[in-house]
Design a protein around this ligand. Structure first.
Ligand SMILES: [Fe+2]
Ligand SMILES: [Fe+2]
Length: 204
């Protein structure tokens, strides 16, 4: 009786191994956790993506989670940088509200390319606002209602102008920052908004 039971257990084990292999559960690739030094969000994958899926930061800012420094957003901020962070927050919240309007117009028109584009931009700009709030020790504000064009082409043009203004502002804030961490942060935002500028430019 005991030997029948052991044989049955062995059979079950073989069945489990066959299922595990056939479903591809065993993989060569190691699944890792990364963390973005610009927005602080974690990412699970085999390797760091070319851009942070949350804030759009370049891959150089994505580090393995075990190396994360919990004090990244806990820095002394000068009066000037405080003012510039507040201006940046205003700019990001406003742009996020604008892209929300553009996304809703694209939804009404049933245009899948522009729905995806404006949704991604809305989420990224809001992520920037959230990261700025971490430096300012504030809760992220709610999105304001911003007017936009009915046509995606009009919103692409307006988006291009908004990104250009953001790049100019963040370049100035980077120059004015005396804190190395804020220089890095504003520099990363310049790179991200340049991606957005180029994305709009490809459709102008
Ligand atoms: Fe990020
Ligand atoms: Fe942007």
């Amino acid at each position: 009786m005991t030997s029948i039971f052991i044989t049955y257990k062995k059979l079950k084990l073989v069945q489990i191994i066959v299922v595990v292999y056939s479903e591809g559960v065993f993989m060569d690739e190691e699944i890792k956790i990364f963390r973005c030094r610009i927005c602080g969000d974690p990412y699970i994958g085999t390797e760091a993506p070319s851009r942070c899926p949350f804030c759009g930061a370049q891959t150089k800012y994505l580090i393995e989670a075990a190396n994360w420094d919990p004090s990244e957003f806990d820095i002394e901020v000068s009066e000037k940088s405080q003012m510039n962070l507040e201006k940046a927050l205003d700019l990001e919240i406003n742009n996020s509200g604008f892209y929300e309007c553009a996304m809703d117009k694209a939804k009404a028109a049933g245009d899948e390319y522009y729905i995806a584009k404006f949704k991604a931009l809305k989420k990224i700009e809001f992520e920037h606002a959230s990261a700025i709030c971490k430096f300012l020790k504030l809760s992220p504000p709610s999105l304001p209602a911003i007017l936009c064009s009915d046509a995606p082409e009009g919103n692409t043009k307006e988006g291009w102008c908004r990104e250009k203004r953001a790049i100019e502002s963040y370049s100035q804030f980077k120059r004015e920052a005396t804190e190395p961490r804020l220089k890095e942060f504003f520099g990363a935002l310049v790179e991200i908004e340049t991606d957005h500028l180029n994305l709009h430019a490809s459709k102008l």
